[in-house]
Write a protein that binds this ligand. Structure first.
Ligand SMILES: *Cc1c(COP(=O)(O)O)cnc(C)c1O
Length: 396
Protein backbone atom coordinates (compact mmCIF):
# COMPACT_ATOMS: atom_id res chain seq x y z
CA UNK A 1 0.00 0.00 0.00
CA UNK A 2 1.59 3.25 -1.16
CA UNK A 3 -0.76 5.67 0.57
CA UNK A 4 -1.22 5.80 4.33
CA UNK A 5 -3.31 8.55 5.92
CA UNK A 6 -1.62 10.96 8.31
CA UNK A 7 -4.90 11.95 9.94
CA UNK A 8 -8.21 10.14 10.36
CA UNK A 9 -10.53 9.99 7.36
CA UNK A 10 -13.99 10.59 8.76
CA UNK A 11 -17.32 9.69 7.16
CA UNK A 12 -18.06 13.33 6.40
CA UNK A 13 -16.45 16.72 6.79
CA UNK A 14 -16.63 20.34 5.72
CA UNK A 15 -14.50 22.12 3.13
CA UNK A 16 -13.33 25.60 4.12
CA UNK A 17 -11.58 27.78 1.53
CA UNK A 18 -9.74 31.10 1.71
CA UNK A 19 -12.79 32.82 0.24
CA UNK A 20 -14.94 31.40 3.06
CA UNK A 21 -12.52 32.81 5.61
CA UNK A 22 -12.41 36.18 3.85
CA UNK A 23 -16.22 36.38 3.77
CA UNK A 24 -16.45 35.65 7.49
CA UNK A 25 -13.70 38.14 8.28
CA UNK A 26 -15.52 40.84 6.28
CA UNK A 27 -18.63 40.40 8.39
CA UNK A 28 -16.61 40.46 11.61
CA UNK A 29 -15.31 43.87 10.56
CA UNK A 30 -18.75 45.16 9.50
CA UNK A 31 -21.51 46.83 11.51
CA UNK A 32 -23.69 43.76 11.94
CA UNK A 33 -22.61 40.44 13.39
CA UNK A 34 -26.21 39.28 13.42
CA UNK A 35 -29.51 40.45 11.86
CA UNK A 36 -27.62 42.30 9.17
CA UNK A 37 -27.79 42.10 5.37
CA UNK A 38 -26.12 38.69 4.97
CA UNK A 39 -29.15 36.84 6.32
CA UNK A 40 -31.53 38.00 3.58
CA UNK A 41 -28.82 37.51 0.94
CA UNK A 42 -28.25 33.94 2.07
CA UNK A 43 -31.98 33.24 2.24
CA UNK A 44 -32.57 34.47 -1.31
CA UNK A 45 -29.62 32.51 -2.65
CA UNK A 46 -30.57 29.34 -0.76
CA UNK A 47 -34.23 29.48 -1.82
CA UNK A 48 -33.01 29.90 -5.40
CA UNK A 49 -30.69 26.91 -5.16
CA UNK A 50 -33.37 24.68 -3.64
CA UNK A 51 -36.06 25.95 -5.99
CA UNK A 52 -38.48 27.04 -3.24
CA UNK A 53 -40.29 30.37 -3.03
CA UNK A 54 -39.21 31.11 0.54
CA UNK A 55 -36.31 30.22 2.80
CA UNK A 56 -35.95 31.19 6.44
CA UNK A 57 -32.55 30.47 7.95
CA UNK A 58 -32.34 29.45 11.60
CA UNK A 59 -29.84 28.42 14.25
CA UNK A 60 -29.78 24.68 13.39
CA UNK A 61 -31.75 21.89 11.74
CA UNK A 62 -33.50 20.82 14.94
CA UNK A 63 -34.71 24.40 15.45
CA UNK A 64 -35.98 24.38 11.86
CA UNK A 65 -37.96 21.21 12.63
CA UNK A 66 -39.33 22.69 15.85
CA UNK A 67 -40.52 25.85 14.11
CA UNK A 68 -42.17 23.80 11.36
CA UNK A 69 -44.00 21.66 13.92
CA UNK A 70 -45.21 24.90 15.53
CA UNK A 71 -46.23 26.41 12.20
CA UNK A 72 -48.18 23.20 11.51
CA UNK A 73 -49.90 23.54 14.91
CA UNK A 74 -48.83 20.17 16.30
CA UNK A 75 -50.64 19.72 19.63
CA UNK A 76 -50.91 17.08 22.36
CA UNK A 77 -52.93 14.18 21.02
CA UNK A 78 -51.80 14.73 17.44
CA UNK A 79 -50.09 11.77 15.77
CA UNK A 80 -47.24 12.30 13.33
CA UNK A 81 -45.65 9.49 11.32
CA UNK A 82 -41.91 9.26 10.66
CA UNK A 83 -39.11 6.81 9.97
CA UNK A 84 -36.92 5.12 12.58
CA UNK A 85 -33.87 5.45 10.30
CA UNK A 86 -33.12 9.12 10.77
CA UNK A 87 -31.45 11.45 13.20
CA UNK A 88 -33.51 11.75 16.39
CA UNK A 89 -34.38 15.39 15.62
CA UNK A 90 -36.85 14.37 12.88
CA UNK A 91 -39.01 12.76 15.55
CA UNK A 92 -38.23 15.11 18.44
CA UNK A 93 -39.90 18.11 16.81
CA UNK A 94 -43.25 16.40 17.29
CA UNK A 95 -42.50 15.90 21.00
CA UNK A 96 -41.45 19.55 21.46
CA UNK A 97 -45.08 20.39 20.68
CA UNK A 98 -46.52 17.57 22.78
CA UNK A 99 -47.55 15.41 19.81
CA UNK A 100 -47.15 11.65 19.52
CA UNK A 101 -44.53 10.11 17.23
CA UNK A 102 -45.71 7.09 15.28
CA UNK A 103 -42.82 5.20 13.71
CA UNK A 104 -43.35 3.16 10.58
CA UNK A 105 -40.84 0.81 8.99
CA UNK A 106 -38.51 1.53 6.08
CA UNK A 107 -38.28 0.03 2.61
CA UNK A 108 -35.55 -2.60 2.42
CA UNK A 109 -33.75 -1.27 -0.64
CA UNK A 110 -34.27 2.51 -0.51
CA UNK A 111 -34.01 2.74 3.32
CA UNK A 112 -36.76 5.36 3.10
CA UNK A 113 -40.03 5.41 5.03
CA UNK A 114 -42.17 2.76 3.28
CA UNK A 115 -45.25 4.48 1.89
CA UNK A 116 -47.13 1.19 1.51
CA UNK A 117 -46.75 0.46 5.21
CA UNK A 118 -47.93 3.95 6.09
CA UNK A 119 -50.99 3.50 3.86
CA UNK A 120 -51.71 0.14 5.50
CA UNK A 121 -51.37 1.72 8.94
CA UNK A 122 -53.82 4.50 8.08
CA UNK A 123 -56.28 2.17 6.39
CA UNK A 124 -56.28 -0.25 9.32
CA UNK A 125 -56.95 2.57 11.79
CA UNK A 126 -60.68 2.91 12.60
CA UNK A 127 -62.13 6.01 10.92
CA UNK A 128 -62.85 7.75 14.24
CA UNK A 129 -59.20 7.51 15.29
CA UNK A 130 -57.79 8.36 11.89
CA UNK A 131 -58.36 12.06 12.40
CA UNK A 132 -55.71 12.13 15.14
CA UNK A 133 -53.11 11.51 12.42
CA UNK A 134 -52.07 15.02 11.35
CA UNK A 135 -48.89 14.70 9.37
CA UNK A 136 -45.89 12.82 8.13
CA UNK A 137 -42.16 13.62 8.28
CA UNK A 138 -40.49 11.77 5.40
CA UNK A 139 -36.69 11.94 5.38
CA UNK A 140 -34.55 12.05 2.22
CA UNK A 141 -32.24 9.60 3.94
CA UNK A 142 -28.57 9.55 2.85
CA UNK A 143 -29.50 11.98 0.05
CA UNK A 144 -32.03 9.86 -1.84
CA UNK A 145 -35.15 12.01 -2.22
CA UNK A 146 -38.47 10.45 -1.30
CA UNK A 147 -41.10 10.12 -4.03
CA UNK A 148 -42.87 13.26 -2.89
CA UNK A 149 -45.55 12.94 -5.54
CA UNK A 150 -46.68 9.64 -4.05
CA UNK A 151 -46.51 11.11 -0.54
CA UNK A 152 -48.58 14.11 -1.63
CA UNK A 153 -51.29 11.84 -3.00
CA UNK A 154 -51.38 9.83 0.22
CA UNK A 155 -51.34 12.96 2.38
CA UNK A 156 -54.23 14.50 0.43
CA UNK A 157 -56.24 11.32 0.69
CA UNK A 158 -55.88 11.21 4.48
CA UNK A 159 -55.78 14.95 5.20
CA UNK A 160 -52.16 15.01 6.37
CA UNK A 161 -49.51 17.69 6.05
CA UNK A 162 -45.97 16.84 4.90
CA UNK A 163 -42.82 18.13 6.57
CA UNK A 164 -39.84 16.98 4.49
CA UNK A 165 -36.59 16.47 6.37
CA UNK A 166 -34.23 17.27 3.49
CA UNK A 167 -31.08 17.65 5.60
CA UNK A 168 -29.30 14.99 3.55
CA UNK A 169 -30.48 16.08 0.16
CA UNK A 170 -29.76 19.62 -1.01
CA UNK A 171 -29.50 19.32 -4.80
CA UNK A 172 -31.24 15.92 -4.99
CA UNK A 173 -34.20 15.56 -7.32
CA UNK A 174 -36.55 13.10 -8.97
CA UNK A 175 -38.57 13.10 -12.15
CA UNK A 176 -42.29 12.94 -11.42
CA UNK A 177 -44.99 11.08 -13.36
CA UNK A 178 -45.38 14.01 -15.74
CA UNK A 179 -41.67 14.19 -16.48
CA UNK A 180 -41.15 17.25 -14.30
CA UNK A 181 -38.08 17.61 -12.12
CA UNK A 182 -38.85 17.99 -8.42
CA UNK A 183 -36.00 19.06 -6.18
CA UNK A 184 -35.71 18.01 -2.53
CA UNK A 185 -37.20 20.74 -0.37
CA UNK A 186 -38.51 22.78 -3.30
CA UNK A 187 -41.90 23.22 -1.67
CA UNK A 188 -43.81 22.16 -4.77
CA UNK A 189 -45.35 19.10 -3.09
CA UNK A 190 -44.41 19.07 0.61
CA UNK A 191 -45.85 21.80 2.84
CA UNK A 192 -42.55 22.60 4.50
CA UNK A 193 -38.98 21.30 4.29
CA UNK A 194 -35.93 21.70 6.47
CA UNK A 195 -32.15 21.64 6.01
CA UNK A 196 -29.13 21.62 8.33
CA UNK A 197 -25.82 23.43 7.87
CA UNK A 198 -23.91 21.27 10.34
CA UNK A 199 -20.32 20.66 9.13
CA UNK A 200 -21.01 17.11 7.96
CA UNK A 201 -23.85 18.29 5.71
CA UNK A 202 -23.45 19.66 2.17
CA UNK A 203 -23.31 23.32 3.18
CA UNK A 204 -21.62 24.24 6.46
CA UNK A 205 -22.21 27.29 8.66
CA UNK A 206 -20.86 25.55 11.83
CA UNK A 207 -24.37 25.35 13.29
CA UNK A 208 -27.28 26.40 11.10
CA UNK A 209 -30.42 25.36 9.35
CA UNK A 210 -33.20 26.49 7.05
CA UNK A 211 -36.91 26.10 6.47
CA UNK A 212 -38.11 26.19 2.86
CA UNK A 213 -41.69 26.42 1.65
CA UNK A 214 -43.91 27.83 -1.08
CA UNK A 215 -46.53 28.85 1.47
CA UNK A 216 -46.36 32.50 2.48
CA UNK A 217 -48.34 31.94 5.70
CA UNK A 218 -45.98 29.23 6.95
CA UNK A 219 -42.96 31.29 5.96
CA UNK A 220 -44.16 34.36 7.86
CA UNK A 221 -45.02 32.30 10.93
CA UNK A 222 -41.59 30.62 10.95
CA UNK A 223 -39.86 34.03 10.61
CA UNK A 224 -41.82 35.39 13.57
CA UNK A 225 -41.31 32.33 15.75
CA UNK A 226 -37.55 32.26 15.19
CA UNK A 227 -37.33 35.70 16.78
CA UNK A 228 -39.46 35.39 19.95
CA UNK A 229 -42.82 35.57 18.16
CA UNK A 230 -42.21 39.28 17.69
CA UNK A 231 -43.54 41.35 14.79
CA UNK A 232 -43.02 44.92 13.58
CA UNK A 233 -45.34 44.52 10.61
CA UNK A 234 -47.67 47.59 10.69
CA UNK A 235 -50.37 45.51 9.00
CA UNK A 236 -50.75 43.24 12.02
CA UNK A 237 -49.73 45.44 14.98
CA UNK A 238 -52.59 45.91 17.43
CA UNK A 239 -51.25 49.33 18.45
CA UNK A 240 -48.42 51.53 17.25
CA UNK A 241 -46.47 53.76 19.63
CA UNK A 242 -43.67 54.83 17.26
CA UNK A 243 -40.57 53.67 15.51
CA UNK A 244 -39.35 51.55 18.41
CA UNK A 245 -42.58 49.64 18.73
CA UNK A 246 -42.99 45.89 18.32
CA UNK A 247 -45.46 43.32 19.56
CA UNK A 248 -45.09 39.73 20.64
CA UNK A 249 -48.10 37.82 19.41
CA UNK A 250 -47.15 34.30 20.41
CA UNK A 251 -44.45 32.49 22.33
CA UNK A 252 -41.42 32.10 20.07
CA UNK A 253 -37.70 31.48 20.48
CA UNK A 254 -34.36 32.95 19.59
CA UNK A 255 -33.51 30.55 16.79
CA UNK A 256 -31.71 33.06 14.58
CA UNK A 257 -28.67 32.44 12.43
CA UNK A 258 -25.93 35.09 12.62
CA UNK A 259 -24.58 37.20 9.76
CA UNK A 260 -21.17 35.63 10.33
CA UNK A 261 -22.69 32.22 9.62
CA UNK A 262 -24.79 33.48 6.71
CA UNK A 263 -21.66 34.86 5.03
CA UNK A 264 -20.02 31.45 5.34
CA UNK A 265 -23.17 29.79 4.00
CA UNK A 266 -23.26 32.11 0.97
CA UNK A 267 -19.69 31.17 0.01
CA UNK A 268 -20.38 27.48 0.57
CA UNK A 269 -23.49 27.68 -1.57
CA UNK A 270 -21.42 28.88 -4.53
CA UNK A 271 -19.63 25.51 -4.44
CA UNK A 272 -22.70 23.38 -3.79
CA UNK A 273 -23.05 22.12 -7.37
CA UNK A 274 -19.37 21.28 -7.66
CA UNK A 275 -19.53 19.47 -4.30
CA UNK A 276 -22.54 17.47 -5.43
CA UNK A 277 -20.79 16.44 -8.66
CA UNK A 278 -17.79 15.30 -6.66
CA UNK A 279 -19.99 13.28 -4.29
CA UNK A 280 -21.52 11.51 -7.28
CA UNK A 281 -18.08 10.66 -8.70
CA UNK A 282 -17.04 9.22 -5.34
CA UNK A 283 -20.27 7.19 -5.16
CA UNK A 284 -19.70 5.77 -8.66
CA UNK A 285 -16.20 4.66 -7.66
CA UNK A 286 -17.48 2.90 -4.56
CA UNK A 287 -20.22 1.21 -6.60
CA UNK A 288 -17.74 -0.05 -9.17
CA UNK A 289 -15.25 -1.22 -6.55
CA UNK A 290 -17.80 -3.17 -4.50
CA UNK A 291 -19.74 -4.73 -7.37
CA UNK A 292 -19.72 -8.52 -7.02
CA UNK A 293 -18.17 -8.46 -3.52
CA UNK A 294 -19.67 -9.12 -0.08
CA UNK A 295 -20.24 -5.41 0.32
CA UNK A 296 -23.86 -4.68 -0.46
CA UNK A 297 -24.68 -1.39 -2.16
CA UNK A 298 -28.33 -0.88 -3.04
CA UNK A 299 -29.01 -0.17 -6.72
CA UNK A 300 -29.74 3.28 -8.09
CA UNK A 301 -33.38 4.11 -8.72
CA UNK A 302 -34.38 5.16 -12.21
CA UNK A 303 -35.34 8.85 -12.27
CA UNK A 304 -33.97 9.65 -8.79
CA UNK A 305 -30.87 11.83 -8.46
CA UNK A 306 -29.10 11.04 -5.22
CA UNK A 307 -27.26 13.79 -3.31
CA UNK A 308 -25.02 11.36 -1.33
CA UNK A 309 -24.82 12.97 2.05
CA UNK A 310 -23.88 9.43 3.06
CA UNK A 311 -22.53 6.43 1.23
CA UNK A 312 -24.11 3.46 3.00
CA UNK A 313 -22.96 -0.13 2.62
CA UNK A 314 -24.47 -3.20 4.23
CA UNK A 315 -22.17 -5.96 5.47
CA UNK A 316 -22.07 -8.96 7.76
CA UNK A 317 -19.66 -8.49 10.68
CA UNK A 318 -20.35 -4.77 10.67
CA UNK A 319 -18.96 -4.27 14.17
CA UNK A 320 -15.70 -5.99 13.28
CA UNK A 321 -15.39 -4.01 10.06
CA UNK A 322 -16.04 -0.75 11.94
CA UNK A 323 -13.23 -1.56 14.42
CA UNK A 324 -10.91 -2.82 11.66
CA UNK A 325 -11.32 0.44 9.73
CA UNK A 326 -10.94 2.54 12.85
CA UNK A 327 -7.59 0.91 13.59
CA UNK A 328 -6.57 1.98 10.10
CA UNK A 329 -7.63 5.60 10.64
CA UNK A 330 -10.90 5.30 8.74
CA UNK A 331 -13.73 6.66 10.87
CA UNK A 332 -16.79 5.10 9.27
CA UNK A 333 -20.09 5.69 11.04
CA UNK A 334 -23.47 4.07 11.61
CA UNK A 335 -26.59 5.88 10.40
CA UNK A 336 -28.74 5.41 12.34
CA UNK A 337 -29.51 3.65 15.59
CA UNK A 338 -33.27 3.15 15.04
CA UNK A 339 -34.93 6.07 16.77
CA UNK A 340 -37.79 3.98 18.21
CA UNK A 341 -35.20 1.99 20.19
CA UNK A 342 -33.78 5.06 21.92
CA UNK A 343 -34.55 4.81 25.64
CA UNK A 344 -36.55 8.04 25.42
CA UNK A 345 -38.91 6.55 22.82
CA UNK A 346 -39.06 3.11 24.47
CA UNK A 347 -40.90 4.75 27.36
CA UNK A 348 -43.84 5.23 24.95
CA UNK A 349 -43.93 1.47 24.34
CA UNK A 350 -41.72 1.16 21.25
CA UNK A 351 -39.60 -1.98 21.43
CA UNK A 352 -37.36 -4.40 19.61
CA UNK A 353 -39.23 -6.18 16.84
CA UNK A 354 -41.56 -3.27 16.06
CA UNK A 355 -39.59 -2.26 12.95
CA UNK A 356 -37.96 -5.47 11.65
CA UNK A 357 -36.61 -3.99 8.41
CA UNK A 358 -35.05 -0.98 10.13
CA UNK A 359 -33.63 -3.13 12.89
CA UNK A 360 -32.12 -5.61 10.42
CA UNK A 361 -30.67 -2.77 8.40
CA UNK A 362 -29.14 -1.32 11.57
CA UNK A 363 -27.27 -4.59 12.17
CA UNK A 364 -25.50 -4.32 8.81
CA UNK A 365 -25.20 -0.66 7.83
CA UNK A 366 -22.02 1.39 7.71
CA UNK A 367 -21.41 4.83 6.18
CA UNK A 368 -18.09 5.12 4.37
CA UNK A 369 -16.20 8.41 3.92
CA UNK A 370 -18.17 10.66 1.57
CA UNK A 371 -17.38 14.35 1.17
CA UNK A 372 -16.11 16.50 -1.72
CA UNK A 373 -12.59 16.94 -0.29
CA UNK A 374 -12.01 13.19 -0.02
CA UNK A 375 -9.03 12.62 -2.33
CA UNK A 376 -8.72 9.81 -4.85
CA UNK A 377 -5.83 8.37 -2.82
CA UNK A 378 -7.91 8.43 0.34
CA UNK A 379 -10.85 6.77 -1.36
CA UNK A 380 -8.66 4.05 -2.89
CA UNK A 381 -7.19 3.43 0.54
CA UNK A 382 -10.71 3.11 2.04
CA UNK A 383 -11.80 0.71 -0.70
CA UNK A 384 -8.65 -1.38 -0.34
CA UNK A 385 -9.07 -1.64 3.43
CA UNK A 386 -12.73 -2.64 3.20
CA UNK A 387 -11.95 -5.32 0.63
CA UNK A 388 -8.94 -6.58 2.58
CA UNK A 389 -11.14 -7.04 5.65
CA UNK A 390 -13.31 -9.46 3.70
CA UNK A 391 -10.31 -11.23 2.12
CA UNK A 392 -8.93 -11.79 5.60
CA UNK A 393 -12.22 -12.88 7.12
CA UNK A 394 -12.75 -15.34 4.25
CA UNK A 395 -9.53 -17.29 4.96
CA UNK A 396 -10.16 -17.62 8.69
C1 LIG B 1 -28.40 16.81 10.80
C2 LIG B 1 -29.80 16.39 10.79
C3 LIG B 1 -30.81 17.05 11.53
C4 LIG B 1 -30.55 18.11 12.56
O1 LIG B 1 -29.73 19.08 12.21
P1 LIG B 1 -28.89 19.93 13.29
O2 LIG B 1 -28.49 21.11 12.49
O3 LIG B 1 -27.75 19.09 13.73
O4 LIG B 1 -29.82 20.29 14.41
C5 LIG B 1 -32.11 16.63 11.38
N1 LIG B 1 -32.43 15.62 10.56
C6 LIG B 1 -31.51 14.94 9.87
C7 LIG B 1 -31.93 13.82 8.99
C8 LIG B 1 -30.16 15.30 9.97
O5 LIG B 1 -29.24 14.60 9.30
Amino acid sequence: MKFTPTKPISYGRQTITDSDIAAVTDVLQSDYLTQGPKIAEFETAFAGYIGAKYASVVSNGAAALHLCAMALDVKPGDKVITTPITFTASANCVRYCGGEVVFSDIDETTYLLDIHKVRALLESTPKAERSSYKGVVPVDFAGLPVDMQAWRELADEFGLWILEDACHAPGASFIDKHGMERRAGDGSLADLAIFSFHPVKHIATAEGGAVTTNRQDYYERVCRLRTHGITRDPAILQENHGGWYYEMHELGYNYRLTDVQAALGLEQLKRADAGLRRRRVIADRYRTAFAGTQVIVRPLLEGFHHAYHLFVIEVEKRRELYDFLRERKIYAQVHYIPVHLQPYYRQFGWKHGDMPIAEGYYERCLSLPMYPALTDDEQEYVIAQVLSFFDKSNVT
